[in-house]
Structure formats: structure tokens, C-alpha cells
Design a protein around this ligand. Structure first.
Ligand code: ZLM
Ligand code: CA
Ligand code: ZN
Length: 397
């Protein structure tokens, strides 16, 4: 098969229900489920489907979603449609829909959409629990902002929380790592009172020149979960706030140094990696300057810890680069190296061609100093690592 060399000995499963692709958040909304179509086309074009177990999981049921979410919230979410929605209804606003930014619109098939991506994450977790695979992948999941009774930041159901809860039925300690450019606040909040989950997020943090904080505005270095010493979850969150324009070398160093220490101190039995692709250079919403291989090196690093691994998607708002990254990271999981020239017989090849779309190759240079100057000094990052390692001393009890 094209570009495929030497698969290694990891059992990898790919959990994907193609019906998720056909949902639309509305014209010009940055979240585009068809980026998953592009991802799948690349994965197939490189022949990666022959190196994994493929599953088409069923949608999650309301009962399953109720393992984390409130009934009233689920009843509202399952009943609301663009036709019956009342944007000035207090319930509508209090559950996080609409509002000024319209981050979480009500669109056709919303309930179907959320049940599909959640079903896939739960099925992937199930495969890990049953030792059916070493690494289970769901690129349609990773919706880390949703709360038990609140839609937030394009996320309605928190599939990550549901998957981690499922992993906890078998594993004592689960580590959650989040490389989306946004803070993984919903996952952090859900497990704030337990020491069986350690959550860590790398993200952009800061106030822009108009006075708005970068969404969701939480996740500074001193936020380590509850402060009450009686709370078992104390110290079981780690946040790494980063400024605009961080480059490959800096990010790989930051990620490697800190994550190695977390593994050594927490020694998790399973790992969940949210691999949001909005931390890439050139992302429509992001601020970082990472290239695809640097982003993928985080997956490689986490794979090297040899624990059951759930790999999920998340943000990513420049679809062609989301597809490139998640295809590359699928290859990392199975241990394949992919040819830089994209196979030319793939559908949607135009999306990847032309200088502005990455010139028909898998690994275009995304680094763009014109968009985001690097505001992260060496000294600042050094201090950040020192503070992060200091925070980890809570794990020593
Ligand atoms: N206003 N349309 C990341 C989630 C990011 C919230 C509210 C003041 C957008 C954005 C929506 C079509 C993940 C905020 C207050 C003015 C924003 C965000 C609809 C463009 C559009 O064109 C758009 C009309 C929309 C939303 C941009 N929203 C950009 N950033 C964030 C949420 C989700 O990647 O982490 C995981 C999937 N929301 O900043 C306001 C606070 C500013
Ligand atoms: Ca993050
Ligand atoms: Zn994001």
C-alpha cells in the first residue's frame, strides 16, 4: 500500500461512525464535522485501515450519557430542534445554548451528533478495558468543555468524562492529557474530587488587547484543583499556560519534560490523550505555531509509556491540517511512516493542493511568524517547568 512501511507490534483500533460527518453547526461556524471526512480519506488513501481493527460503533443511549450528565439537561438536549427552540427561554440560555457568541447552536440532528461521537469514545474505552487493543482511536470525540448540565465551547456532551468513567471500572488511576490549544476545563472539573484521575492541559492562556481572555479563561499555573486538604482531588490537576506563537522545539521540550515527571510520580494504569489540532500553526482559532510532526511527537511520547491509550480528537479549525495531523498520528500509533507526497487518487485532493493549501504534501511547513510572534521566552518557559514540577510535589503526599 502507498507509503506504508513496517508496521510494529501494537494492536490499534479505530472507532468511527461515518454518520457524524453529515452534521453542520451552521454556516461560518468554525467547528466543521466534515474535517472528519477529510481525515478518513487520508487514512484510507495511505492504506492505514489494513493496520488496525476498524469499528463502526453505535450511538450512545440516553442512559449511557446519564452516567455523567443531568437528566434535565439530557431531556432538553434530546428534545430541542431549530424549529422548536426558544432562544429567550431561560432553560435554553441556562443550558449554554445560543447567546451572543452562539458557540453552541441548536442544529438539525444535534442529538444524533452528540450520541454518535460519545458512543465512539465509550466503545473505544470498552475495547481497552477488554484488552482488545493497546491503543483505541476516536477522532470524532474530545469535546472537553461540556459540563454535566451545560453546553460550552462547541461541546454538548463530554465524551471524555464518560470514557474515563468507563476506564475507572477496570483501572485504578487514569491520566488525562490535553494538547488542544484550549484549557480542558470540563474534564478537570468532572474529576476534581477524586485522586483516581490526574488531569493535565497545555493551552493558550492570557488576555487579548481588547480585554477578552482566551477561551475559556481558566487554567493558570496555580490552578491545581481544590484547595481543601480534605479533598482527595487536591493537587490532581496540572495546568500549563502558554503564550502566543510557541514553536516546535519549545513545545516538545515543555511537553516531554513535564509529562515524563507526571508519569514517574502518578504511574497511571491507563492514559487518555485529547489531541486537539487547533494547537497547530495556521489554525483559524489557535495561536500556536506547531508543525504536524511536533504535534505528533506528543502522541509518540505518550505511546512510549506503554499503557492502554485512548486517543481522541478535539478542536482543529483548519480542516486540511486537522486531517493531515490526525492521519499522521494514526500512523504513529500503528508504527508506520507515511510518504510526504499525498496519494493523488484521493477524493477531496483539491483541499490539499495549491501553495495556500499545503502544496499536495502531508507535512507542509505551518510555521508562520507573521500570524503569531513567539511571545514565549526561554526564561519564561524555564520558570513554567520549575513551577509545574513544584506543583507535582503534592503527589508525594
Ligand atoms: N464574545 N459563528 C473551542 C471553543 C472556543 C466566547 C463570548 C464576545 C469562537 C467563534 C460561532 C458563525 C475546543 C468564546 C463573548 C464578543 C466570545 C470561541 C458562530 C466564530 C464563530 O463565525 C462564528 C456566526 C463562532 C464562534 C468564532 N468562539 C471562537 N472562539 C470560543 C469558544 C472548543 O476547541 O476547545 C474543543 C472542541 N468562545 O471565546 C465568547 C467567549 C467573545
Ligand atoms: Ca489543552
Ligand atoms: Zn480547542
Amino acid at each position: 500500500t502507498y507509503g506504508l512501511e513496517k508496521p510494529q507490534g501494537y494492536s490499534v483500533s479505530f472507532h468511527y461512525n461515518p454518520h457524524v460527518e453529515y452534521h453542520h453547526f451552521g454556516s461560518s461556524h468554525p467547528m466543521k464535522p466534515w474535517r472528519l471526512t477529510l481525515t478518513k480519506q487520508l487514512v484510507l488513501a495511505y492504506g492505514l485501515e489494513y493496520t488496525m481493527q476498524l469499528y463502526e460503533p453505535r450511538p450512545a443511549t440516553k442512559e449511557e450519557l446519564a452516567l455523567f450528565h443531568d437528566r434535565e439537561y439530557l431531556d432538553f438536549l434530546s428534545g430541542v430542534t431549530p424549529q422548536n427552540a426558544k432562544p429567550d427561554d431561560p432553560a435554553y440560555l441556562s443550558f449554554g445554548f445560543g447567546g451572543e457568541s452562539n458557540d453552541c447552536p441548536v442544529f438539525d440532528g444535534l442529538w444524533n451528533y452528540v450520541s454518535i461521537y460519545s458512543g465512539a469514545s465509550m466503545h473505544a474505552a470498552d475495547n481497552l478495558i477488554n484488552n482488545q487493543s493497546d491503543i483505541a482511536i476516536n477522532w470524532s470525540g474530545g469535546l472537553h468543555h461540556a459540563k454535566k448540565n451545560l453546553a460550552s465551547g462547541f461541546c454538548y456532551i463530554n465524551d471524555i468524562v464518560l470514557a474515563i468513567q468507563h476506564l475507572l471500572t477496570r483501572h485504578q488511576r487514569v491520566l488525562y492529557i490535553d494538547i488542544d490549544v484550549h484549557h480542558g476545563d470540563g474534564v478537570e472539573a468532572a474529576f476534581e474530587s477524586t485522586d483516581r484521575v490526574f488531569t493535565m492541559s497545555f493551552h493558550k492562556f492570557g488576555i487579548d488587547r481588547n480585554g477578552y481572555p482566551f477561551f475559556p479563561g481558566t487554567g493558570n499555573i496555580n490552578e491545581m484543583g481544590p484547595t481543601d486538604p480534605a479533598n482527595r482531588g487536591k493537587g490532581h490537576s496540572l495546568n500549563i499556560p502558554i503564550d502566543d506563537g510557541i514553536d516546535d522545539e519549545q513545545y516538545e521540550w515543555l511537553f516531554g519534560t513535564i509529562t515524563d515527571q507526571v508519569i514517574a510520580k502518578y504511574n497511571p494504569n491507563a492514559i487518555v490523550l485529547q489531541s486537539g489540532a487547533d494547537s497547530l500553526g495556521g489554525d483559524r482559532l489557535g495561536r500556536f505555531n506547531l508543525n504536524i510532526k511536533a504535534h505528533g511527537s506528543c502522541v509518540e511520547k505518550v505511546k512510549s509509556y506503554n499503557r492502554p491509550l485512548l486517543l481522541i480528537g478535539g478542536g482543529g479549525y483548519t480542516p486540511r491540517n486537522v486531517a493531515r495531523t490526525w492521519c499522521h498520528e494514526t500512523a504513529v500509533c500503528v508504527g508506520a511512516q507515511l510518504h510526504d507526497d499525498l496519494p493523488t487518487h484521493i477524493p477531496y485532493i483539491q483541499a490539499f493542493q495549491g501553495a495556500e493549501n499545503g502544496g499536495g504534501i502531508l507535512y507542509p511547513n505551518l510555521h508562520n511568524t507573521k500570524r503569531h510572534d513567539n511571545l514565549n521566552s526561554r526564561e519564561h518557559l524555564q520558570k513554567l517547568v520549575e513551577q509545574a514540577l513544584e506543583n507535582l510535589r503534592y503527589l508525594e503526599g
